[in-house]
Design a protein around this ligand. Structure first.
Ligand SMILES: [Zn+2]
Length: 75
C-alpha cells in the first residue's frame, strides 16, 4: 500500500511526488519518507522519495510539504 502524503494541500503518491520534484516523468518511485530537515524557504516539513527518472539513474529527491521548494542529490 503506497504511503501517500499531503504536499501543498494535495494528496501525492510516491510516483506523483517524484514527478513533481523531477518536473517530468519518472519510471519508478519508492516510499515517501519523513526527514529531519526543515525547508530553507519556509521552515516547513521536508519529505524525501527515492526514484528512477531513467533506467540507469537513481535520485533521492526532497520536497517541502508547504511550498514550492525541492531539490535532489544530483551532482
Ligand atoms: Zn517550504
Amino acid at each position: 500500500m503506497p504511503a501517500n502524503r499531503v504536499v501543498q494541500g494535495r494528496m501525492v503518491t510516491p510516483h506523483s511526488l517524484a514527478e513533481l520534484i523531477e518536473d517530468g516523468d519518472v519510471m519508478e518511485a519508492e516510499t515517501i519518507e519523513d526527514t529531519e530537515r526543515d525547508c530553507p524557504e519556509c521552515g516547513g516539513d521536508v519529505v524525501s522519495v527515492g526514484y528512477m527518472p531513467t533506467v540507469t539513474e537513481y535520485v533521492t529527491g526532497y520536497k517541502c510539504q508547504e511550498c514550492d521548494w525541492s531539490e535532489t542529490d544530483r551532482e
